[in-house]
Design a protein around this ligand. Structure first.
Ligand SMILES: Nc1ncnc2c1ncn2[C@@H]1O[C@H](COP(=O)(O)OP(=O)(O)OP(=O)(O)O)[C@@H](O)[C@H]1O
Length: 262
């Protein structure tokens, strides 16, 4: 594996609460990995530390072998590590293309005008390319506020990619989206990110999505990594079944092998 990010004994406490400890994770170039764990397991704390939203209490974060521990979010973003949040951070009253153009102008540090984002043909074309990659170009001129939550999620994630990140963290990319839309949204966003060879780590509670889209899975439990490896191994791990996903969970592949559930 061509490691781009490595955490070494990463730990974060809040007073007496140990939110994360002994976190030793390596992420390879272009890798897709899913993170699972019940509420309060430490998933967001981990992502917050790596993206500079939280300073670790101890431990190291290395990006391409260089320490980024304790760096500010802005500097980490510039290095090529970006993220999205559970709730899309969008300008609801603006059009989709204007949202992307604003993100591009901010990423390029072009000063936007007070009333209208700086529009030049190059930035406009680039924004349209991004929308096409995420299959939302047909909404370019629509106001974000009138669009379905699933489309807003895609816009939000598209915006997180404007600086061409090498590594992207997605916090529950399908939360708040209808069951029907979930798979479709994941299909679009994973193929968009694969096309740019962006490594992606996504936090997800839906095991069907994990099974379908995450070749590698990391399971968090009570602030530590309970299991890390191939999805099939982690999802069948006894401890993961007991403490994280529930014993009643059966992988689709397993069920099919056994002739399906009646
Ligand atoms: N700012 C904070 N102040 C105090 N305690 C915190 C803070 N942030 C997180 N914690 C605690 O740290 C632990 C890990 O929380 P974290 O948000 O990382 O879990 P999570 O796995 O992301 O959960 P969820 O799925 O609910 O988002 C929890 O016990 C939580 O209450």
């Amino acid at each position: 594996m061509n490691t781009i990010l490595e955490t070494v004994d990463l730990k974060r406490t809040f007073g007496a609460v140990v939110a994360a400890s002994n976190i030793n994770i390596k992420i390879g170039a272009g890798e897709v990995l899913g993170v699972i764990g019940s509420n309060g397991a430490g998933k967001t704390t981990f992502v917050n530390m790596v993206t500079g939203y939280l300073e670790p209490s101890s431990g190291q974060i290395l990006f391409h072998g260089e320490s980024i521990t304790g760096k500010k979010t802005r500097d980490i973003t510039r290095l090529g590590i970006c993220r999205s949040f559970q709730i899309p951070q969008l300008f609801m009253e603006l059009t989709v293309i204007d949202n992307i153009i604003i993100a591009l102008t901010v990423a390029r540090e072009v000063k936007p005008s007070m009333l209208k984002p700086t529009i030049n043909k190059e930035i406009f074309d680039e924004a349209m390319d991004i929308l096409r990659r995420f299959q939302i170009d047909q909404y370019a001129e629509s106001e974000v506020g009138v669009l379905a939550q699933g489309i807003r999620k895609l816009i939000d994630i598209a915006m997180a990619t404007v600086g061409d990140p090498e590594l992207l963290f997605l916090d529950e990319p399908t939360s708040g989206v209808s069951a029907d839309e979930k798979m479709q949204i994941m299909d679009v966003l994973i193929s968009a990110l694969k096309s740019t060879k962006t490594a992606v780590l996504f936090i997800e509670h839906d095991m069907e999505i994990i099974e379908k889209f995450a070749p590698r899975v990391i399971a968090f439990y009570e602030g530590t990594v309970l299991a890390d490896g191939d999805a099939a191994d982690v999802l069948e791990n006894e401890k993961v079944r007991e403490f994280v996903i529930g014993k009643e969970f059966h992988r689709q592949a397993e069920t099919e092998q056994q002739g399906g559930i009646a």
